[in-house]
Design a binder for this molecule. Structure first.
Ligand code: GLC
Ligand code: GLC
Length: 830
């Protein structure tokens, strides 16, 4: 495929439109935004789950398959022997037309072949535990057509991890039931599960079905040539164990020009223990009108909730109305911050895609994407606090709940579980704690929440330790012990001890692992007697510590503010004294107290994380350290695609550093362009007033400015975690898209530090840092119910510094606009 572009932006509809199905990697989207979720690729691959991609996986997906992207919600059309899919895959029959529109929590895939156009709209209605697939079939010829439509979904046996490994059990447990057009999946419902799933057609009768994979596909066939579809005939199979699926068969007659809509719905139900079984079904089973693969009466599921939802969405009008509601929700979400500028790529990023990605990372943390299999990681403590900062302006109440959930997994000494499971909300014992940056992020998240909402009451919420009832203290107390955790864990240079790792999960200074069978993160942490200290935590502590001091003052605790300020001052001194290498900030001291990220080192002389956080903290600003550090980043880390994490890359394994040196040069934490920490440097550049530099780096990291979609490989509409660095085989190739802290940091950077509209306790602070080419832009910002219509003019092409501000025509002192109700017109001159 020599065409470099595979799609384009449709800003009016807030969509990315893919025009060639053979994208360089599956380009995906997310359905659902609260409880029921789906991942969907541009060829309809992917899966659904309820809340937790590990414990409640509803449909089956095969990661890392051959071919790529195996399993999904497939519609097959058999038109007189020609078999095709509207999304091209899995049959890959060449289509006359193909288009995939990824929008805000929905995807519409359209394909046409031999005069039949098939368009499928996939979405999850608000507050609904089901995915709707509205299939529109149109005959564009002048002849009557009769086609055969088959749907397909494969059930996952709930626990996505055991589903892939425990076949001695799995192949005997599968149970289904067919009731009219509805296929129920009720494996294990008989025993401890109180949930089942179903796949149905709500507005039409079916002409057949299949529920057993082998009968439908054939043992040696593939998704691309299921034997029933090829033969044009379902087998009405009933699954007993093995691999239960759900496929509907419908014969569709279409007059010339006629189009028909079929509403498919794939849903999930939970029943209370006392309502698990229904008397009516027991009766129907006795008189033989129920088709089920079970023998025992007690296994019959109570279908009341499923039936009610099927009824609710049994008309096209109801489905269209639900779809309109989803769009309205996004209208409202995206109305809180709207930029207008001459740069359509900037507008597109700020007004649509960045905010959308922030919602997605907030929902999933690092759990489920096409790079995160949904079984490994739940919600990260540090990840989720950062994600929150990108999301809090959208739905503050959900951010509030999240803060409490996260804080509830903290330990009494301020340490934290590194991850927790979304379903149980309990800390994840497999990985444990000991990542010494984690506590700081709780301050980071909470402060962002209060600045957005003005809701100080959250600080008084009782929050337990390690989810243990009876241990509750206030959230403010959690923040205090978070702050103290750093202060109480200082090393020989009075810099923070690193623990298992800091933000960089792969800088494992205390693990000394020689065993390839253990994970670097969970192997024994030999921190006893360790001198390993982190400059990244030092910078992070100063940044979030200043926030903590300001918060203490806000609530009138000046004594605590003074105490905290002294700790910060000593940290700043320690960094200046022991953390400065001459031209940049050191990265760390290792177990033995040797320098990491110093000019004295052979490899890994300079690292991005400490440059980012120490410049952001403004440490040594007066002494010129910030400028020097930024110059060094530009000199050693920067390249065409962004800044690499460290330089030179490690070429050998260093047992005293762990995973970082395990990666080939140019990838991941070993000199990859970790997009997540580029914004830290951009913010550092704004601290130094270097607008041109800041915008240059910003445009390298934002996918909106991508030049080569093929090289970038992953989705061009969202950030990815890592782009291969200058030492890699293919610099510029992206990996690990969607679920990355880059989303929130890019949002924070562009909205607050570049365009410079910052929520503060008192109102809004205006502090832009601009590329001197930018002469004017406006931002509409709704904060705590007040609308600010802000126009920024930069007639002289300055990079930083506000000259004057008027609010509703009246000049104000300083650059903070006090929150007063109503709607205000703000004019800013730089
Ligand atoms: C991943 C993790 C994040 C970590 C980063 C660097 O993105 O989700 O927690 O900080 O890698 O290792
Ligand atoms: C690996 C990855 C890192 C990620 C971590 C999570 O170390 O390189 O990016 O944060 O796994 O466990």
């Amino acid at each position: 495929m020599e065409n470099k572009n595979f799609g384009y932006f449709d800003d009016k509809n807030r969509e990315f439109v893919i025009t060639n199905p053979a994208t360089p990697f599956p380009w995906i989207n997310y359905l659902g935004n609260e409880d029921f979720f789906g991942l969907i690729s541009n060829t309809a691959g992917g899966y659904d789950f309820y809340k937790d991609a590990k414990f409640r996986r509803i449909t089956r997906y095969r990661y890392n398959g051959v071919p790529m992207d195996n399993g999904g919600r497939y519609f097959y059309i058999n038109d007189n022997g020609t078999v095709w899919n509207p999304g091209w895959k899995p049959c890959k029959t060449p289509l006359d037309f193909y288009e995939c529109r990824h929008g805000m929590n929905y995807t519409r895939i359209t394909g046409s072949k031999n005069g039949i156009e098939a368009s499928v709209l996939f979405f999850v209605p608000l507050k609904t535990w089901a995915e709707i697939q509205k299939v529109t079939l149109k005959n564009t010829t002048s002849e009557k057509k009769t086609i055969k439509l088959f749907s397909f979904a494969e059930w996952c046996l709930w626990n996505a991890a055991t589903d892939m490994e425990n076949f001695q059990r799995n192949w005997s447990t599968g149970e289904v039931e067919i009731d009219g057009a509805t296929i129920y999946h009720k494996t294990e419902y008989k025993e401890r599960r109180n949930h089942y799933a179903y796949y149905t057609v709500t507005n039409a009768k079916i002409d057949g079905y299949d529920t057993d994979r082998e009968s439908f596909i054939g043992l040696y066939n593939e998704f691309a040539d299921p034997q029933c579809v090829m033969a044009g005939k379902p087998s009405n199979s009933l699954a007993h164990g093995w691999s239960p699926i759900a496929s509907h068969y419908i014969e569709v007659e279409l007059a010339p020009g006629e189009s028909k809509d079929y509403i498919f719905m794939l849903g999930y139900v939970e029943n209370a223990q006392e309502e698990k079984f229904s008397a009516e079904d027991i009766e129907r089973k006795k008189n033989g009108t129920l088709i089920s693969s079970q023998d025992s009466d007690v296994t019959l599921v109570n279908k009341a909730k499923a039936k009610a939802l099927i009824e609710k969405f049994s008309t096209v009008e109801a489905v269209d109305a639900a779809f309109a509601e989803l769009a309205q929700m996004w209208d409202a979400l995206l109305d809180k911050y709207v930029v207008k500028s001459d740069d359509e790529r900037l507008n597109r990023m700020v007004n649509i895609w960045s905010q959308y990605q922030c919602m997605i990372t907030f929902n999933f943390s690092r759990s489920a994407s096409f790079f995160e299999s949904g079984v490994g990681r739940g919600m990260g403590f540090r990840d989720s606090n950062q994600d929150l900062v990108g999301f809090v302006h959208q739905i503050p109440s959900r951010a509030r709940e999240r803060i409490i959930d996260i804080a509830s997994t903290q330990f009494p000494d301020g340490g934290c579980y590194h991850q927790y499971q979304p379903l149980t909300k309990h800390g994840n014992n497999d990985i444990g704690g000991g990542f010494n940056d984690d506590p700081c992020w709780l301050i980071f998240g909470t402060v962002a929440y209060i600045k957005e909402t003005g809701d100080f009451s959250i600080l008084q919420e009782p929050v337990p330790f390690d989810n243990e009832p009876g241990t509750e203290v206030t959230l403010m107390e959690h923040l205090r012990i978070s702050f103290n955790h750093v202060v109480e864990n200082l090393g020989p240079h009075m810099l923070p001890l690193i623990g298992r790792a800091d933000w960089n999960d792969c800088l494992n200074l205390n693990c000394f692992s020689w065993d390839p069978n253990e994970s670097f993160q969970t192997t024994e942490n030999n921190s006893e007697g360790s001198k390993a200290e982190s400059l990244m935590i030092a910078g992070l502590f100063v940044v979030t510590g200043k926030d903590y001091v300001e918060l203490c003052k806000q609530i009138g605790d000046n004594a605590e503010a003074d105490r905290a300020q002294k700790c910060i001052d000593s940290m700043v001194e320690a960094v200046k004294k022991h953390g400065w290498d001459g031209e940049w900030y050191l990265r760390a001291y290792d177990f033995y107290g040797n320098k990491i990220g110093s000019n004295e080192c052979e490899e890994g002389k300079i690292f991005i994380e400490s440059q980012g956080f120490c410049t952001m903290a403004g440490i040594g600003l007066e002494e010129g350290m910030v400028d020097k550090a930024i110059d060094s980043c530009k000199k050693y880390l920067d390249c065409e695609h962004g800044m690499v994490l460290n330089n030179p890359a490690y070429t050998t394994y260093h047992v005293e550093m762990g995973e970082i040196s395990s990666y080939p040069a140019g990838y991941k934490e070993n000199a990859g362009i970790f997009c997540h920490n580029n914004p830290w440097v951009i913010i550092g550049e704004t601290v130094a007033g270097r607008g041109n530099d800041a915008w240059e780096l910003f445009r390298k990291i934002s996918p909106m400015y991508l030049k080569d979609q093929a090289l970038h490989k992953v989705e061009p509409y969202v950030n990815c975690q890592m782009v291969a660095g200058k030492d890699a085989a293919k610099p510029g190739e992206g990996k690990n898209s969607w679920l990355t802290g880059t989303a929130a940091w890019m949002w924070l950077t562009v909205s607050q530090y570049l365009l410079g509209i910052k929520p503060t306790y008192d109102g809004i602070m205006i502090d832009p840092c601009l590329d001197s080419e930018i002469k004017e832009y406006s931002v509409k910002r709704i904060l705590r119910g007040t609308e600010y219509d802000i126009t920024v003019k930069n007639p002289n092409g300055n990079q930083k510094g506000v000259k004057s501000i008027t609010v509703d025509g009246v000049a104000i002192e300083g650059n903070i606009i006090k929150a007063t109700p109503g709607k205000h017109v703000v004019e800013v001159v730089m």
